[in-house]
Design a binder for this molecule. Structure first.
Ligand code: ADP
Ligand code: MG
Length: 234
């Protein structure tokens, strides 16, 4: 029984036109509920990132609608969408999107500062989140001095520092070694997920499937399967 954080209805997205037209997402509908950890799985090119971008207010669909906490986001003004993204949605991108001229801890502090937290307090809180992902000792370095996996953990720390209702991860464990990836998903499941929050993770990593409340499969732009684990957390 749905307490929907996100409800997608008939989403269609294409890129290009004529001979080069690619339809990345073909009529996708699904619901992600509060209190739920939803995995999206599927081969590379199946439309996962495009779908995530549409449900999080980044990429406008050609057709269909997205309700975030009951609000039709693609009917909203762009300022309101930006506001929603700041306050409700945390997104960890596949390519991290870290700011190269800021230190690692400053990168994590960004959502806190945008939400008007005092600088010193924001840095203090950001350090706690860096500690959670095991990177407190890298706080003063610029992201370029970190490895790919470390940069990804910084992006994860930044997303969870913002304390959003809806957290979306695009392949967060892809470049993490098994133990760290598992630790982070375990952390997300036990400390970040709660009845008022929804977490969506795109992953290929079947080592972390045990944590999922629901698994959605995509293939060639379509949702081919949606399975909720009703036994868990009963
Ligand atoms: N900005 C874009 N311009 C053109 N084609 C795109 C763009 N983004 C994605 N695509 C195409 O859409 C399809 C789905 O891509 P994507 O959503 O990135 O898949 P996934 O995340 O599952 O790997 C692919 O064929 C990809 O090449
Ligand atoms: Mg992708």
């Amino acid at each position: 029984m749905g307490n929907a954080a996100i409800k997608a209805n008939g989403l269609i997205k294409w890129f290009g036109q004529g001979e080069t037209k690619t339809t990345a997402v073909k009529n996708a509908s699904f619901e992600a509920d509060f209190g739920e950890l939803l995995y999206i799985v599927g081969p590379s090119g199946s439309g996962k990132t495009t779908l995530l971008s549409m449900i999080s207010g980044i990429l406008k669909p050609n057709e269909g609608s997205v309700l975030v906490e009951g609000k039709d986001i693609w009917q909203m003004k762009s300022d309101d969408i930006a506001d929603l993204r700041l306050h409700k949605i945390g997104f960890v991108f596949q390519d991290y999107h870290l700011f190269p001229r800021l230190t690692t801890v400053e990168n994590v502090a960004i959502p806190l500062i945008l939400k008007k937290m005092q600088w010193n307090e924001a840095i203090r809180v950001a350090l706690e989140y860096l500690d959670i992902v095991g990177l407190k000792d890298r706080a003063q370095l610029p992201p370029v001095k970190l490895s790919g996996g470390e940069q990804q953990r910084v992006a994860i720390a930044r997303a969870i520092a913002g304390q959003p209702d809806i957290l979306i991860f695009d392949e967060p464990t892809a470049s993490l070694d098994g133990d760290t990836g598992k630790k982070i998903v375990e952390f997300i499941k036990t400390k970040i997920l709660n009845p008022d929050r929804c977490v969506i993770i795109v992953t290929h990593d079947n080592r972390i499937y045990e944590y999922a409340d629901a698994i959605m499969k995509m293939e060639d732009g379509k949702i081919t399967d949606f399975e909720r684990n009703t036994q868990q957390d009963a």
